[in-house]
Write a protein that binds this ligand. Structure first.
Ligand code: SF4
Length: 379
């Protein structure tokens, strides 16, 4: 059977740049004349042949702020993807939306275009936390957007951030409960990361942090906030199925699961990443991040690749192991070498993992130590 893959389309335009964000983003106005959609379609024509023979499963339009994209252009891109690949009729099609640009007319137009899942960038319902994150929406707009997405599209996810300035355990708990009460069936909750080592570029909050001008909650306080979110979501019926992701049963993200299962993904758009996996090794590529340079290259018929990294068989195996340990399904024990099996046994002994149905599954405590545990298990 053909292996599955997902399509990621990056839309880099935002009305302003949030001071913690290091995504490929621009505050230039969205260009007219369908320019960005045309560039994405031009890139699709160049990259698609490499994915022939794989089975398309999902589309994810992320950003940036894709809710600023003219829905007619979103529709054009989705139609082109469906014309180029044979998606199942019920394929998951997600779009990210910001509360301030997510009204019912837009949602209806997106639904008509085939969107069946909306991910709302809420981050918090607390005005103080939102202000410190530099977000422009308030709690009411966030709640309205979730309700509208839940009612118009029937499948709403919410992004939350904890461990930010002004975040507390009470706020984290209330954020999780309020997201679900507004209609979210899926929540992604991330601790604020300002670590220069993992950031693609310098962002204002990271600089303030480095200069000692940004007091954040202490590490154990942030960890307690994460625990409070988990508990509130569990009480509301959302199950943790990946380190940072929670869903009502059956509402897990198909698209994100492809990443964690180590499958291929076709990335299109400025700053998008893609990965094509063979039987043993893989190639990952990243596109140019600057929106204008991306559009110019794609419309000139050139691949907008900025970086391309071959992943050899050993690195691919280690990556697959690390990704599978992020999930509640865990890693296939039969794929471990004797040395890895010994390490796995040690993790079980320390109650950082359990063996379940032939798989190694991290416990809550193990999830907190996921990076270190994965590294110990690497070949
Ligand atoms: S809206 Fe999202 S993508 Fe845009 S700058 Fe803010 S955090 Fe980044």
């Amino acid at each position: 059977m053909a292996r599955p893959f997902g399509v990621y389309v990056h839309f880099p335009y935002c009305t302003h740049r949030c001071p913690y964000c290091d995504f490929a983003v621009t505050t230039e106005p969205v260009p007219g004349e369908r320019l960005y959609a045309r560039a994405v379609l031009a890139e699709l024509a160049l990259r698609a042949p490499a994915f022939d023979g794989l089975a398309p499963r999902s589309i994810y339009v992320g950003g940036g702020t894709p809710s600023l994209w003219d829905p007619a252009e979103v529709s054009e891109v989705l139609a082109a993807l469906r014309a180029r690949f044979v998606f199942p009729a019920d394929a998951e099609v997600t779009i990210e939306a910001n509360p301030e640009s997510c009204d019912r007319d837009l949602l209806r137009a997106l639904r008509a275009a085939g969107v069946n899942r909306v991910s709302v960038g809420v981050q918090s319902f607390d005005p103080g936390v939102l202000a410190k994150l530099g977000r422009r929406h308030g709690p009411e707009a966030a709640e309205r957007a979730i309700r509208a997405a839940a009612e118009e599209i029937g499948n709403a996810s919410v992004d939350l951030i904890y461990g930010a300035r002004r975040s507390t355990v009470e706020i984290a708990r209330a954020d999780a409960s309020r997201a679900v009460a507004a209609g979210a069936v899926h929540v992604s909750a991330y601790e604020l990361t300002l670590d220069a080592e993992v950031m693609a570029e310098e962002v204002p909050l990271a600089r303030m942090r480095r200069e000692g001008r940004l007091p954040l909650p202490a590490e154990d306080d942030a960890a307690r906030q994460g625990t409070a979110i988990r508990a509130a979501l569990r009480r509301a019926g959302l199950r943790r199925y990946e380190i940072s992701n929670y869903a009502r049963p059956g509402r897990e993200s198909v698209h994100n699961r492809l990443y964690w299962d180590g499958e291929s993904y076709l990335g299109l758009g400025a700053g998008a990443y893609g990965c094509l996996r063979g039987d043993a090794n893989a190639v990952r590529y990243g596109n140019v991040r600057a929106a204008r340079a991306y559009v110019d290259a794609a419309l000139a018929g050139k691949l907008p690749t900025a970086e391309e990294d071959p992943i050899d068989a050993l690195a691919a195996r280690n990556e697959a192991l690390m990704l599978s340990l992020r999930t509640a399904r865990g890693a296939d024990l039969s794929l471990l070498s004797p040395a890895q099996a010994r390490e796995a046994g040690e993790a079980v002994r320390r109650r950082l993992a359990v063996r379940r149905a032939g798989r190694l599954v991290l416990t809550s405590r193990g999830m907190e130590l996921h990076s270190a545990l994965s590294e110990r298990l690497f070949e």
